[in-house]
Design a protein around this ligand. Structure first.
Ligand SMILES: [Cu+2]
Length: 738
């Protein structure tokens, strides 16, 4: 075994495993002290554990305090393997997502308001005492819900983030037969496998505090008010050693006003709520199809018809997710479980394969005539959330934030279940696959090499489906929707979903293996190989009438829209920090160079770009290094990929739709085009290897001219339990404004 491997083999020598465990404990103690506020990262610099650029010294061995007896060079030498006890692969059913109940808006108390509800309440002494607002959204007109009167919420979702507890209200939205025999009425304890221990309340934080992960089902034409309560402990040391109790939820790539985007600096505290208003509109609603006459621009009605909406039907989106976005703690909080998925239904993609109206693409989902649901059928439309995890010797979730290159787990989970199986019928299924890892890339194939049909990339159906026997590498936060036709198998057969992407560290995929190599068991990466077992259990009760049409959703035509300007963002290591704000700024080693300036570490008080409302721009995203990959995410509006490495023909067929995350690949670059319309406010751009994002590869950009309340530039929110204050931007880059 090479030293250059993240995880030690269980067969490593006892002395080496003992040393690794000791080192993990030491790192853990530091992480715990830092995450609980006993030492700041500045203190760690003073202690010599970080350089000013953010690198830990000595990063060399197993221990942050000294060199490993086994380490031969300045590289991590491994963590002890996560103990699995008697849990075995493919011995538990994969749970379907748990549907958030959709409730009347009138059931939300207090009633939602356009501006943040600043009604005062007592603040716990642990959070400084005194009084503070019940809602953590920044106050005043700039952070008011944009177009709240025009797009009033029609549906409410009342949810929380809280510590692990038993789920007694599981609603998978399908029968037990479509959920591998799981009886939804049986309470579900917070554990990764029946033979593994319950996760403790301070270790595992999720939406509503429970598993399976949550699914929001929404549709065009029906704005949603997502009220999120922070029910984490007021005591920051009740965090199981990592994660922070201030939170912000990003609806990953929602086309919403910035006040609802989960801005990294718009976080809120325990005992507060935050109202996110998701209007669920098509981009271009103020300039294209404004009278809502095109039936392709639509949401599904309950009666099986179409609810026409303004906007460009080419901008229809399907598969999102939502997750925590707390400044410099996103990796820890998402890893702790604060992540869910968000299916958007439309006239084109309504989730009812038997409605034939000339608009519905009839993708695999289920039959309205059987379920009585004219949209959102999940029988054959399955959300898969992939994430690698690790746990300590007690089976509790464990993390190592000192891996600035990226944190890798050694245990594969699907929908937060360790290597499960899933019952399928002999017909077509759609899988909405999300990479919800901290730093790991996946590359998916079927164990028998059978073809899959990719129909969507990130939030968007592709112009045309693409048949593949191996999907492309899938970066963190990317979503690939695929269709698998199980009719090729016979009842009783089994086939596996296999990961071919081998990592040696969190920087990038070290090697894409062949299927036979991945299945051989020879890889040192414990997350390579089979991770999900499909058991073909029966023929479908009705014939499969779902379709995968040759044309899905063509790209919007931007040829008549002038390019207002171009910008270049280069993603590098060795970042400088030019500001010193204790709340808004952070250290590297990672950073972003904007328009040829310096490579800067994140400060959410810095404006790096301020495109003009109503314009279109072209952005180049460049990887400044060859030793790593970066999956770069741009918030707010989907982009078209113009070229990869300078060539339009290098954009593969499965990236020719619209996207919100791009793997830059070592030394690679992409050129994209995007528009700034419908809403304004402050948004972000960052690496979605969340260890890079948190340390500190993130920048703020903003749209200042969307409406009268907007200032130019926008003031930066500074949250506190006693209320959010504002300050002037720390820094405005010279090329930021038009
Ligand atoms: Cu990165």
């Amino acid at each position: 075994m090479s030293d250059r491997n993240f995880f030690l083999s269980p067969k490593a020598s006892k002395a080496r495993l003992r040393e690794a465990e000791q080192a993990r404990q030491e790192r853990w103690d530091i992480l715990k002290a830092q995450s609980q506020g006993q030492v700041s990262r500045r203190d760690l610099i003073k202690m010599g554990l970080f350089t000013s650029a953010g690198l830990m010294i000595p990063i060399s061995g197993l221990s942050p305090f000294g060199r490993s007896a086994f380490a031969s060079s300045n590289i991590p030498t491994g963590l002890p393997p996560s103990p699995l006890g008697t849990a075995t692969a493919f011995s538990q059913p994969m749970p379907r997502f748990d549907l958030f109940p959709r409730i009347p808006v009138a059931a939300l108390t207090p009633a939602p308001t356009a501006q943040s509800n600043q009604t005062q309440q007592p603040v716990d002494p642990a959070l400084g005492g005194g009084t503070g607002p019940i809602e953590g959204r920044p106050p005043g007109p700039i952070w008011a819900h944009q177009q709240f009167g025009l797009l009033p919420p029609a549906i409410g979702i009342d949810a929380s983030v809280e510590g692990a507890k038993v789920n007694t209200t599981y609603n998978p939205g399908v029968t037990s037969a479509q959920n591998s025999g799981i009886n939804a009425a049986t309470p579900i304890p917070p554990k990764f496998h029946p033979n593994l221990p319950d996760q403790q309340v301070d270790k595992f934080w999720t939406y509503n505090g429970s598993i399976p992960p949550k699914l929001m089902q929404v549709r065009y034409g029906e704005p949603v008010l997502f009220r999120l309560h922070n029910k984490l402990s007021v005591f920051q040391n009740q965090n199981g050693g990592f994660g922070i109790h201030t939170i912000s939820t990003h609806e990953h790539n929602g086309h919403h006003g910035a006040e609802n985007d989960g801005f990294t600096g718009a976080f809120f505290f325990p005992n507060q709520f935050y109202d996110y208003h998701y209007p669920i509109v098509l981009a271009g609603r103020n300039s294209i199809n404004t009278t809502a006459t095109d039936s392709r621009a639509s949401g599904p009605t309950d009666a099986g018809g179409l609810m026409k909406v303004p906007g460009d039907w080419h901008e229809t989106m399907s598969t999102h997710w939502f997750h925590d976005h707390m400044f410099s703690f996103t990796a820890q909080n998402v890893y702790k479980g604060i992540a869910g998925m968000f299916n958007i239904y439309s006239g084109l993609d309504r989730g009812a394969e038997d409605i034939i109206d000339g608009v519905n693409l009839r993708l695999p989902s289920g039959r309205a005539s059987v379920s009585g649901k004219s949209w959102g059928n999940l029988d054959y439309d399955v959300n898969l959330m992939l994430a690698d995890k690790a746990w300590d010797q007690n089976g509790q979730l464990a993390m190592d934030i000192f891996e600035f290159d990226g944190f890798l787990g050694d245990v594969m989970t699907v929908n937060l279940a360790y290597k499960p199986y899933f019952h399928v019928e002999r017909r077509k299924y759609r899988f909405r696959i999300l990479n919800a890892s901290v730093s790991r890339f996946f590359k998916i194939a079927l164990s028998d090499g059978s073809p899959m049909i990719q129909i969507a990339n990130d939030g968007n159906l592709l112009p045309n489906p693409v048949v593949l026997t191996q999907l492309d590498d899938q970066g963190i936060a990317e979503r690939y929707d695929i269709v698998i036709d199980f009719s090729r198998y016979s009842v009783g057969q089994t086939v596996w979903m296999v990961n071919l992407a081998e990592h040696q560290d969190g920087r990038r995929v070290s090697k894409d293996l062949s299927i036979s190599e991945a299945l051989s068991g020879n890889s040192q990466d414990p997350c390579v190989g089979k991770f999900l077992e499909f058991r073909i259990v029966r023929d479908p009760a009705q014939p499969d009438i779902s379709q995968v049409p040759a044309t899905l959703i063509p790209n919007p035509d931007l040829s008549n829209i002038p390019v207002a300007r171009e910008r270049v963002f280069e993603f590098n290591s060795g970042a400088n920090q030019t500001t010193n704000d204790p709340i808004t700024s952070f250290f590297g080693p990672w950073g972003i160079k904007t328009d040829g300036g310096a490579t800067l570490a994140a400060d959410y008080g810095r404006i790096s770009a301020a495109p003009k409302f109503g314009t279109r721009e072209v952005w180049t995203l460049r990887n400044g290094g060859g030793g790593w990959d970066h999956p770069i995410h741009i918030h707010f509006e989907e982009c078209q990929t113009l070229s990869r490495d300078g060539s339009a023909s290098k954009v593969p067929a499965w990236e020719r739709g619209r996207k919100d995350v791009w793997r830059l690949k070592p030394s690679g670059e992409v050129k994209i085009t995007l528009q700034f319309r419908d809403f304004g406010g402050m948004f972000m751009e960052h690496c979605h290897n969340t260890m890079h994002e948190d340390n500190a590869m993130l920048l703020r950009w903003e749209i200042d001219g969307a409406g009268t309340p907007f200032l130019n530039p926008l003031p930066t929110p500074i949250p506190s339990p006693q209320g959010v204050t504002f300050m002037a931007p720390d820094d405005i880059l010279p090329t930021a404004f038009y």
